[in-house]
Design a protein around this ligand. Structure first.
Ligand code: CTP
Length: 463
């Protein structure tokens, strides 16, 4: 297995705005991560942010002077915030206080960060942090809505212990999620997609994600794609006709929606997206290890790979010669998805599991398979139908949601299938995170992804 990683912001100029929250110290880590992704970062601070963290820290790490005053001139007499606004590929404001959200929502340019945001054409990502009561206040909610309406990406704060001693929603999102949102905002802009366009509803389906919506920002989506190869000898294997197109389409669609994507691939016949982390897994056993390794850090697992159901019981150490024609004895492989479903049941939050079922002649077994595999969604297709099989760009699938009537979808491109599927996945994720969903899952805030009680680490400061 090998891994290829990123540098997703290589050559990009990112403006990082830091406002006066106790979470300002976390902006130091954010700066470090933006730089590690290859970005050149210009830091802007409000006066109150500088009361929490010294500008020297940011200057040292970014290698550039910090701008603190909207009236500040650069050494060459140009206006600092206008130069920052024009040179930015993206602006990220983290942490954003309630005061700053209000100033931005109303266009009050009294600080260098609002002034820069007003002057820029670049995408803006905002990560609020404050006490839970402040975040829940209708004034703050209205301000956040207004920023959404500007086309800004808002990375919702997490729920947890706050500096006030309360527990609630207000903790600055993890730096990794914020970086993902910046990458997604840039990708959406590069694709010519506005930050937030109107919602389109496909016939007979749920409302589609807003074009360019980054509704999977901060999520880790793991996709398996292609076929596994079970060795007979060092040069021969039992394989299948999967090209990996469907899995790759899901990976690309998830990247476009802001997700961090890990693509676990067997044999494929299509280019793999450069922005995904690629893990090669030739056999079922290797794919099982790769999937189970990443599962505790996974929000969504889409098992689009055509995984072998059986493999040769013995593998010849040397190439078999013509006169050694073997009679193959086969043994069943591990059922990766079923095992993942069992493990997922012990994780909180439980990852959303999507299975695929390539059938021949009839989809009658699909509903039973969805139940047996323990998936949230099963995408079934009849590979004998024209336009629905291996190696083509289209698919005609039936979506099975356990407990509901199967939903036949019309013939469409694999990318459209992927987008429609991710609409459903995003809907499941947000339903789970609603107060009712949390209660139903029984996922108390003291339970982490490994299912063990989450103790606050000694160095962790609430905000
Ligand atoms: N799958 C898996 N591990 C396997 C076989 C399949 O994880 N060893 C996954 C596939 O990636 C797919 C789903 O399970 O998402 C359904 O695969 P399928 O081959 O249709 O189901 P089987 O379990 O093989 O059931 P059957 O042989 O009865 O059709």
């Amino acid at each position: 297995m090998s891994e290829a990683a990123a540098g997703r912001l290589a050559g990009r100029s990112i403006v990082l705005g830091v406002t006066g929250s106790i979470a300002a110290y976390k902006a130091v880590e954010l700066l470090r991560r933006l730089s590690a992704e290859g970005a050149r970062v210009q830091v802007l601070m409000t006066r109150s942010a500088a009361a929490f963290v010294g500008p020297l820290t940011f200057e040292t790490l970014s290698g550039q002077p910090v701008l603190q005053d909207p009236l500040e001139l650069l050494p060459d007499e140009r206006i600092g915030h206008v130069v920052a606004a024009r040179s930015a590929d993206a602006i990220v404001v983290a942490p954003a206080t309630a005061h700053w959200l209000a100033a931005m929502a109303t266009g009050l340019s009294g600080d260098v960060i609002t002034a820069t945001c007003l002057a820029t054409a670049a995408p803006v990502v905002v990560a609020p942090a404050m006490d839970a009561g402040m975040y829940a206040h209708p004034a703050t909610r209205a301000n956040v809505e207004r920023l959404h309406a500007f086309g800004y990406t808002v990375v919702e704060p997490a729920t947890g212990a706050l500096a006030s001693g309360l527990v609630g929603q207000g903790r600055l999102a993890e730096p990794e999620r914020i970086v993902d949102a910046v990458v997604a905002a840039l990708a959406a802009r590069a694709g010519g997609e506005p930050g937030l366009a109107g919602a389109a509803s496909p016939p007979g389906g749920m409302p589609r994600a807003r074009a360019g919506a980054v509704d999977l920002a901060g999520r880790h989506v793991v996709v398996t794609a292609g076929g596994t190869a079970e060795p007979i000898d060092p040069v021969r294997f039992i394989g299948n006709r999967s090209s990996g197109r469907m899995g790759v389409a899901i990976a690309e669609a998830a990247l476009a929606r802001g997700a961090r994507v890990t693509l676990i691939v067997g044999q494929t016949a299509v280019p793999l997206p450069g922005a995904a982390t690629i893990i090669h897994a030739a056999t079922t056993a290797e794919m099982r290890t790769a999937v189970l390794d990443v599962l505790p850090e996974t929000d969504v697992l889409a098992m689009a790979a055509a995984v072998a159901d059986f493999r040769p019981r013995r593998r010849a150490a040397a190439k078999l010669t013509r006169d050694q024609a073997p009679t193959l004895e086969l043994e069943p492989t591990e059922d990766i998805l079923a095992e993942a479903a069992q493990t997922a049941g012990r994780l909180a939050p439980r990852p959303v599991l999507v299975g695929f079922a390539a059938e021949t002649g009839s989809l009658d077994r699909a509903a039973e398979k969805a139940r047996r595999k323990g998936v949230d969604l099963l995408v079934a297709n009849d590979v004998l139908e024209p336009g629905a099989g291996f190696g083509v760009d289209t698919n005609r699938v039936t979506l099975v949601v356990p407990g509901n009537a199967p939903e036949p979808w019309p013939l469409m491109s694999k990318r459209e299938v992927a987008d429609r599927l991710l609409d459903r996945v995003a809907a499941i994720l947000s339903a789970r995170e609603s107060p009712a969903g949390r209660e139903a899952q029984g996922a108390g805030e003291s339970v982490d992804r490994t299912g063990t009680a989450a103790a606050r680490s000694p160095g962790e400061v609430p905000e």
